[in-house]
Design a protein around this ligand. Sequence first.
Ligand code: HEC
Ligand code: HEC
Length: 176
Amino acid sequence: MSPKPLNTDRPLPLRPLVLGAVALAFSAIVLGRAQAGGSHWFPPVADPLVKEECGSCHLAFAPSMLPAASWQRMMSNLKNHFGDDASLDPAVTAKISEYLVANAGDRGGQRYGDKLLRGVTGTTSLASAPLRITELPKWVREHRKVPNWEWKHQEVRTRANCTACHADAARGYYDD
Ligand code: HEC
Ligand code: HEC
């Protein structure tokens, strides 16, 4: 039996718009899987308020990169934020905090954040929860081969400047 030719006498009921959307969703899933394989994908901040308020001085860090206790600790003292005053009004602070905690790396539904949180201690107490992604044991290990001069490069300057080296960090990809 030979396969039927694609173009028969009747036009196929193609609906390009719908098919396009399906194809897009599919490639996103495949891409997500591929990234989940050899590399890591960290869902980027999706909330516009968090993106705006926490993305003005640096990349709005993916909430799954830190445990809930870390976000609580950080959000409870925005006035002393790594030497900066990042304080916001209480209602906004509460909203942002809620989002970060709900999407934290040790909360349900996180498939990738746990990789970065491996070996992290102190997450049961607010006082000892880590505040820096760049000090997590796993992060340090992933970056041990980065030479010193690279951290000091004028386009990098600080370990927290993820996008200097990970061009696609804002979309959650860290494999280049
Ligand atoms: C006024 C500027 C400013 C704003 C606004 C701000 N930050 Fe920061 N943030 C900083 C500075 C400065 C650092 C330290 C960067 C460094 O070490 O080079 C930092 C560091 C961080 C780090 C640690 C990065 C690391 O080294 O792993 C996290 C996490 C973080 N900020 C989260 C937030 C969140 C969440 C918000 C929103 C509530 C926010 N930031 C808003 C200035 C800001
Ligand atoms: C000076 C450049 C530089 C900066 C800045 C930097 N990284 Fe990296 N990062 C690297 C290199 C190089 C690797 C190793 C890539 C590899 O082994 O394939 C890496 C690896 C990673 C990995 C593991 C990816 C994988 O596929 O295994 C993650 C996650 C990551 N970085 C997150 C971050 C985050 C988050 C920040 C900012 C807080 C950051 N990096 C800042 C250079 C950098």
